[in-house]
Design a protein around this ligand. Structure first.
Ligand code: ZN
Length: 76
């Protein structure tokens, strides 16, 4: 699999995923992703994307201004 944007090579990395909602900002640390070596575009597997969604849905109910969590600790 190559980058959809620039056809560059992807590498496995851990990234910080930031969700900027109006009321709150959620930062999920160390999310496994494939990152383009050329343009930095990030890609997530379906399973990871689903987990991210679940974490975000859970955390946005906390209504804290900023919430920082670790991906691994929030995936059972
Ligand atoms: Zn790229």
């Amino acid at each position: 699999m190559n980058c959809f944007m620039c056809k560059g090579e992807l590498e496995e990395k851990r990234v910080n995923y930031i969700v900027d909602l109006k009321e709150t900002i959620i930062i999920i640390k160390s999310v496994p992703a494939k990152v383009c070596k050329q343009c930095g575009e990030q890609y997530f597997d379906d399973e990871i994307a689903e987990n991210i969604e679940r974490i975000v849905n859970k955390l946005k109910q906390l209504s804290a201004e900023v919430t920082i969590v670790n991906y691994k600790e929030n995936v059972a």
